[in-house]
Design a protein around this ligand. Sequence first.
Ligand code: AMP
Ligand code: MG
Length: 440
Amino acid sequence: MTGDLLAVEAAQATVLAGVTPLDASESLDPEAALGRVLAAPVTAAVSLPPWNNSAMDGFAVRAADVEAATEGEPVRLTVVGESRAGAAPDARVLPETAMRIATGAPVPPGADAVVPVEETTPLDEHGVTGPRGRQVIGPVPAATLVHTRVKPGNAIRSLGSDVRDGDAIAKPGDLVTPAVVALAAGAGVSAVSVRRRPVVAVLTTGDEVRAPGTDLGPAGIPDANGPGLRSLVRDAGATPLDLGIATDRLEDVEARLRRGLAEADVVVVSGGVSVGPYDVVRLAFDNVGHMNLWRVAVQPGKPFAFGRADVDGREAPVLLFGLPGNPVSAFVTFELFVRPVLRRLAGHTRLHRPADRAVLEQPVTKSVGRRGYQRVTAVRDAAGLPIRDGSGRVRVRLAGGQGSHMLSALAAADALAVIPEAVETAEAGDEVEIRWLDRG
Ligand code: AMP
Ligand code: MG
């Protein structure tokens, strides 16, 4: 505890306690599974490569035939045909013969090595030599001079040297990355089993909050949190469910919450979580389930509420998050407490954003006793790479005003700078930890 506030790690441990990956899975085409987490091993349906093929343009030979070849005394081989990509070879390589071969074409029977074209000189039917090392297109030459010896297997990619038919090529818990999509597709796999996405209901509360496009009247504000939180949900790999905008009345909040309990794995509520007369969210959580914690030592982000609700017929309780109404606070508490839970439900093993070391270019002031998450921007070079100092540290500047209502700085930020609880002012030049926000 930090005073009567709960430390960030303790709050993270509470929200993650008992959370396990969702059991349900679905079978998808590898490409459609991008970004999902595997629920079952992926098994290669074909070997890779499926047959021996050439790694270079050149001539398929028998290595024994060219053992004596040197630059000055090349070996002459009769060219008996050609192996092209996409076609089965129509000849075999007998002693003292060769076949022209293209990269990726099947190695013909009889050949055990490929001589790169650069090490050969073509000969026409009259024995006239062509240009050294360039006979890869046009008519197949009658013969070729080979200027170097090669070992058996030279420039051949052998059957199964990457993946063997029946091999487990990815395991449960692995993220389906673009490379995993390519591996599965390349190994002839047409469907992979992935965990289903968590469903996350998002409820906005506040008598002053208006749907986008609605007249604001004298005291209304447009709803930033509904669209923002649903986008964070999607960005975390989950599926949002829109519970709309509730008034600050317990019955309204509770009725919408109950719809969330019936249809979602997690419910995220924005606003109404403090101790004001119209802050009914904690009461509503208690009515549908039970509160597990609130009051975390984080800035921005106090107040924050977390509860669980048991639902008949569901194996796991529905998790209830009450986030502050201030949009930046809602965003930061989502990052710290909701996103790791959604990641675990989805099956990910990496729950948190990547950390890095940075140096502040400006002083930062915050409340003592709460951990600060300042919205910062890394100083970058012309190509967009963060500039690092001699110790590998990124330089960061404040992304703008740090008020918990200031969305412009949040939108400009590419990281959160973590300022320890005990610090009131971090000076320019101080080293801080940053958490990168995903900005591609
Ligand atoms: P609350 O947590 O309900 O006390 O709200 C704190 C502040 O956040 C108030 O200034 C609200 O008007 C504002 N706020 C609450 N919900 C939203 C929302 N969905 N979009 C933008 N601002 C909001
Ligand atoms: Mg409110």
